[in-house]
Design a protein around this ligand. Structure first.
Ligand code: PLP
Length: 428
């Protein structure tokens, strides 16, 4: 197959007509397709129906009555579950209610306002530049909106297959004391699907020491800790252990949740870290909550205890074929044309598509006209600004397989159309 660039003007015109015809065929299906948000499908949610069985007892193993107020850090069973997901001891875990994102916000807000260490260190100061965080890009839009809402500026760091460019991160953090932290999705990153390499994690653990700020925090959002499509599961270095060895454990905030294990709404969120971090978080949360939903905690602990891998293998049976469809259609429709590359994750929820520079927004707009909703172009970058306008996030989990196939054909058709038009304009 010839690359798009090698085609003559006549060949480009013919290809354009063919793509238009193919898109028109899809259009007759009255499309209302959506590849925009990484939600579990109903089929995946059904895997956790057992959560709703009546509980034999509502008393936790330490005697806590799950129905009553209290136990802000969570019941022991739930803390153990969080420990399993985040690879730390249960004592290092705060088990809360639904949403780890809520906990990320609270940790960031606490770092801003009161500090995480019980001393004078806090990010928000009356004088001097505003606090900043490093944002490996492309990344997760909701991390960026937390920063924006708290007045934290963001500085982009490049992402490799091995995780963030740690040399760049280290240089930036070392020369600017207003840089207070970094966002990480270390396993099956949103949206590239990469897993941080061991040396990336080791360099990350040392980053707070290299940073000019003495209140630097690593936000280690391990949302996809157990979301492997294949067995054995892919390993991830233990950041907390590395940080203990590097003397930086107080500068690490771990996060995970069961949102994409059981119910996206109605699961458990976890935060892990040092005694100082857990105490600071407890103080903040105690202002707004007397205790988490411990009935949900008991249900989750009893349902998942000792069988996370078995349960996630069932999710993989639903998700892996969908990711295979995405990869196949991309390969069939765009392979060899020299106009796109994409990631091939072995787990998680996303595929990251890179199109020619300056085309992503046009592709997303054109797809919307064809009835396909995509994550807005730029959403994977702070402030919605993709400097190259070339990144599109694909979220294949929610759509049934036949719709996913149609959606991918529409997407790849739009990529071709916009790239052809770009090539023709440049040739003129
Ligand atoms: C990287 C990442 N972190 C956190 C979340 C949301 O987590 P939770 O449902 O626990 O708030 C998502 C959801 O897409 C995500 O992709």
């Amino acid at each position: 197959m010839k690359t798009l660039e090698a085609l003559t003007a006549a060949e480009l015109g013919q290809l354009r007509q063919q793509v238009e015809r193919e898109l028109a065929l899809q259009r007759t299906d009255k499309l209302a397709l959506d590849l925009s948000r990484g939600k579990p499908s109903p089929e995946q949610l059904d895997l956790s129906t057992e959560l709703n069985e009546p509980l034999a007892s509502l008393i936790a193993r330490d005697g806590t009555d799950a129905r009553n107020y209290g136990a802000l850090r969570g019941i022991p069973e739930a803390r153990a579950l969080g420990g399993e997901l985040m690879d730390v001891a249960p004592e290092r875990v705060f088990a809360a209610g639904n949403s780890s994102l809520f906990l990320m916000y609270q940790v960031a807000a606490t770092a801003m306002q009161r500090g995480l260490w019980g001393d004078g260190r806090r990010w928000s100061r009356a004088e001097g530049p505003p606090p900043r965080m490093l944002t490996p890009v492309p990344g997760y839009d909701r991390h960026f909106t937390i920063c924006e809402s708290l007045g934290i500026e963001m500085i982009n760091v490049a992402m490799f297959d091995s995780g963030p460019d740690m040399e760049q991160a280290r240089r930036l953090a070392a020369e600017d004391a207003s840089i207070k932290g970094i966002w990480c999705v270390p396993k099956y990153a949103n949206p590239t699907g990469c897993i941080y390499a061991d040396n990336t994690a080791a360099a990350m653990a040392e980053l707070p020491q290299a940073a000019a700020a003495d209140d630097f925090v690593i936000f280690w959002d391990n949302a996809y800790a157990v979301h492997d499509f294949e067995r054995p599961a892919a390993p991830l270095a233990n950041l907390y252990d590395l940080a203990v060895a590097a003397g930086t454990a107080e500068h690490v905030a771990l996060f995970s949740s069961t949102s994409k294990i059981t119910y996206a709404s109605g699961g458990l969120g976890f935060c892990g870290g040092s005694d100082a971090l857990l105490s600071a978080l407890e103080e903040t949360l105690s202002l707004m909550c007397i205790g988490p939903d411990k009935v949900a905690q008991l249900r989750h602990a009893r349902f998942l205890s000792g069988r996370i891998e078995e349960h996630m293998t069932r999710h993989a049976a639903v998700l892996k074929p969908k990711f295979a469809i995405v990869d196949r259609v991309l390969e069939e429709e765009l392979g060899g044309l020299g106009i796109a590359r994409w990631t091939k994750p072995k787990g998680g929820y996303f595929v990251s598509l890179t199109t020619p520079p300056g085309t992503a927004a046009d592709i997303v707009r054109r797809a919307a006209q064809e009835g396909l909703k995509l994550t807005p172009a730029g959403a994977t970058f702070p402030y919605g600004r993709d400097p190259n306008d070339d990144n599109i996030r694909i979220a294949p989990s929610f759509a049934p397989q036949d719709e996913l196939e149609s959606a991918m054909k529409v997407l790849t058709g739009c990529v071709k159309l916009i790239a052809i038009d770009r090539n023709r304009t440049e040739a003129e």
